[in-house]
Design a binder for this molecule. Structure first.
Ligand code: PMP
Length: 352
């Protein structure tokens, strides 16, 4: 075999075991399927696609729809196959070999992985023990690192917390970097950087249909930023990267915003209930502004993870991730799924 790039050989890859168990609460998807009316309308639309031709390379109709939804112009919008591909395109255009990408740990593993795959040096700044950030220290550290791209996730995966919006200003003031605000869980957040991204060449915001829109299987994500930044993304991405069925599915999904907002409210109710239940069991919780909860069972997390799996409940074992020894992450599911989790956890904690 020819020699693989050393960065790739050194990488463990992205692993989220899809174990076949009844209750899967490990990948932060929505527990609800999309509305029936969405599925019927999409099925009809698929029949009208001109399959022998390439799709609209610029995805105009989808971007117009997203523009209306966010009250921005279509020139402010870039679309790709999931927000992971959006982020990859950003790094291809603004990072790449010989450049530096800064992240905060614990954070979303793919920021690190994509950064390394595009050949950049990835530098991690550690969060405090409560997963917050000391912004003055961050500013000083970033000024020394002088990164080309800085990732901020709001809310942050896997901690579930939102940093204060002033973090963006600290990054802008201490670096010349492009600030990528990953808003995969934006619908649960207290703030969004969209308004600022539209008016700045230094801030972009990525979003996804994978979580609250109940469309993880679709693989559709987008980015909001200034037209000049976005032009470079169109250069970096492959031609015709977004297939016609995905474009039309996204357009149709946008008709169902009310249903989406109702689901967000249901998930938030459940999240707050589960969070309280965990606290009353003596479990340590990272306060969540998202659709998942990072928790530390205060005993061997690997054992607790296995005992939950034994009763058919899969959560994410974060214990081997940077700074997360002893922590597990639960995606909020349906009421029944959350109940099964809480019962499974209770008995896992009681068993010697
Ligand atoms: N960003 C964050 C913070 C995430 O948690 C995820 C999903 N795990 C993504 C981006 C990627 O989402 P997708 O590619 O499905 O849009």
């Amino acid at each position: 075999m020819p020699e693989v790039r050393p960065e790739i050989a050194a990488m463990p890859g992205y692993h989220s075991p899809q174990v076949d168990v009844p209750i899967r609460l490990n990948t932060n998807e929505s527990p609800f399927s999309p509305p029936e009316a969405f599925i019927s309308e999409f099925a009809e639309a698929v029949r009208t696609i001109v399959w022998n031709r390439y799709p609209d390379r610029s995805a105009i109709a989808l971007r117009e729809g997203l523009g209306r939804y966010h009250n921005v112009s279509l020139d402010n919008i870039f679309v790709a196959n999931g927000s992971n591909e959006v982020l990859q395109t950003v790094l291809l255009a603004f990072a790449g070999p010989g450049r530096r990408v800064a992240v905060f740990e614990p954070g979303y593993q793919m920021h690190v992985q994509i950064g390394r795959i595009v050949g950049s040096e990835v530098i991690a700044l550690e969060r405090n023990a409560d997963f917050g950030l000391d912004v003055q220290r961050v500013g000083e550290a970033l000024a020394t690192i002088d990164p080309h791209v800085v990732f901020v996730s709001s809310p942050n995966n896997p901690t579930g917390q939102c940093d204060d919006e002033s973090l963006i200003d600290v990054i802008l003031d201490s670096t010349g970097a492009l600030v990528v605000v990953d808003e995969a869980y934006a619908e649960f957040s207290t703030w969004s950087a969209i308004d600022r991204a539209v008016h700045s060449d230094r801030i972009v915001v990525s979003r996804t249909f994978s979580k609250t829109w109940s469309l993880a299987a679709l693989r559709l994500g987008y980015l909001i930023g200034s037209p000049s930044v976005i032009n470079h993304l169109w250069t970096a991405v492959l031609p015709y990267h977004l297939d016609a069925s995905k474009q039309v599915a996204g357009e149709i999904a946008l008709k169902f915003t009310d249903e989406m907002n109702t689901r967000v409210a249901r998930i938030v109710n459940e999240r707050d209930r589960v969070q309280e239940a965990l606290r009353s069991m003596g479990v340590k919780v990272s306060p969540s502004s998202a659709n998942f909860i990072l928790f530390s069972p205060q005993r061997d997390a690997n054992l607790v993870w296995q005992r939950l799996l034994d009763v058919g409940v899969l959560v994410r074992n974060c214990s081997s991730w940077p700074l997360l020894n002893g922590w597990l992450r639960l995606t909020i599911g349906s009421k029944e799924e959350n109940e099964a989790f809480l019962q499974g956890l209770q008995s896992a904690l009681e068993t010697e």
